[in-house]
Design a protein around this ligand. Structure first.
Ligand SMILES: [Zn+2]
Ligand SMILES: [Zn+2]
Length: 388
């Protein structure tokens, strides 16, 4: 076989690496299955492909209504009447994207970058948008982070969302797309409209976060850590070298820094006795479980035996966090807690506080994630050879 010159091989490899990262295939409107939609161009016409063949153009002012039928897809507009056995694809020659509306149940129209492929699966439409990665990231940051944040916070969100997207490209491997548009993956409601997000995505273009083994990290986050983040293994039993407990003073005066909840004393003691076999006839034990102030984040309640998991208490009593003290008050025990959420990884309110106070997004990343690096995604394959 003819030997490929190294330079040609290198160029070829860098192109395949780029192609691999260029687009995201996103399953749309997965939370409300539908058999009835409307598709329009977004400020430009769309070419329409039926069962793989280009057959028509949808004018910019025209809306095509697609209905699921037993024999495939039937589509009507002012000027078009089309039937597909398997699929319809909509492409925007000018790269303007498309607009999509669920007609039943009726939803607000959304504007998307990229192209749309509609087929049938499981009795409903399967709608998959092929979206340029950077536009997908901007849309996710807009949907997930919301309005009114500092640029450094949006930059942090941009690298986190990009990293998550690429680390989870196989999450829906059996469904015909890569990521869904709901909270199961990352919320994506179409094109970003905010200038500051557009700027943050552009300024962090192609950057992703990797650990010391050059693996894309799981950029886990929560609302407020209460002053100390948690080790991943303490919550999910699997450790990650970058998800390590760290002291955080940035979130202490933020909106979800403290909480309080009262529980009837009998309910509290009955639960501990029934679920864990705690000896509630022993006055010393009762004193410990009704009056305790942790010095730092702990895993078990009040150092008693048998051990009572604070994470399970959080779940069973619907507490904001597993980081709290206990005081008796009449017939009640009062739980006074710190933070909101599981406490692993990035503390959002602490990160917002840091961004507001002049820290850069890389400062914030290194504060919450241990031994991580920012790399251009095109360079990932230089450092490792097992692909994504
Ligand atoms: Zn998903
Ligand atoms: Zn925090």
């Amino acid at each position: 076989m003819k030997r490929i010159p190294p330079l040609v091989a290198a160029i070829f490899l860098s192109f395949t690496a780029l192609a691999q990262y260029a687009d995201m295939r996103v399953g749309l409107l997965r939370d409300s299955p539908t058999r009835h939609i409307m598709v329009m161009g977004d400020g430009g016409p769309l070419t329409v492909w039926v069962d793989g063949k280009q057959v028509a153009e949808l004018a910019v002012s025209d809306g095509l209504v697609l209905k699921y039928t037993e024999s495939g897809i039937h589509a009507n507009s002012l000027k078009l009447d089309l039937t597909a056995r398997k699929s319809m694809t909509f492409r925007s020659p000018a790269g303007r994207g498309f607009r999509l509306r669920n007609m039943s149940p009726k939803t607000r129209e959304r504007s998307y970058p990229g192209s749309l492929h509609v087929s049938t699966a499981g009795g409903n439409f399967l709608m998959v948008a092929t979206v340029p990665l950077e536009e997908y990231v901007a849309g996710v940051v807009q949907a997930e982070a919301g309005k009114g944040h500092w640029l450094e916070y949006y930059k942090l969100q941009s690298v986190s969302c990009r990293t998550y997207a690429l680390a989870n490209k196989r999450r829906h491997a059996g469904d015909g797309f890569e990521v869904c548009d709901g909270t199961h993956c990352q919320v994506f409601q179409g094109r970003n409209q905010q200038d500051s997000i557009r700027q943050a995505v552009a300024l962090t273009r192609d950057l992703v976060v990797v650990d010391s083994h050059i693996q894309l990290i799981h950029a886990t986050f929560h609302s407020n850590c209460g002053g100390e983040t948690t080790n991943a293994e303490d919550v999910w039993s699997k450790s990650e070298p970058y998800l390590v407990s760290t002291i955080d003073t940035f979130c202490l005066r933020e909106p979800h820094a403290v909480w309080q909840q009262s529980v009837p004393r009998t309910k509290w003691l009955n639960y501990l006795h029934k679920e864990y076999g705690v000896n509630t006839d022993d006055s010393n034990v009762v004193a410990s479980v009704t009056e305790h102030v942790p010095e730092c984040r702990e895993l078990f309640l009040a150092n008693i035996s048998p051990e009572v998991s604070l994470i399970r208490l959080r779940r069973d009593f619907h507490l904001r966090s597993a980081y709290f003290s206990v005081h008796p008050e009449g017939d009640m025990v009062v739980l006074t807690g710190k933070g909101f959420g599981h406490g692993v990884g990035l503390c959002q309110e602490g990160a917002m506080h840091m961004a507001r106070n002049g820290y850069t997004y890389t400062d914030i990343l290194h504060h919450y994630f241990t031994n991580v690096h920012l790399v251009k995604l095109q360079n990932l394959d230089f450092f490792r050879d097992d692909g994504l």
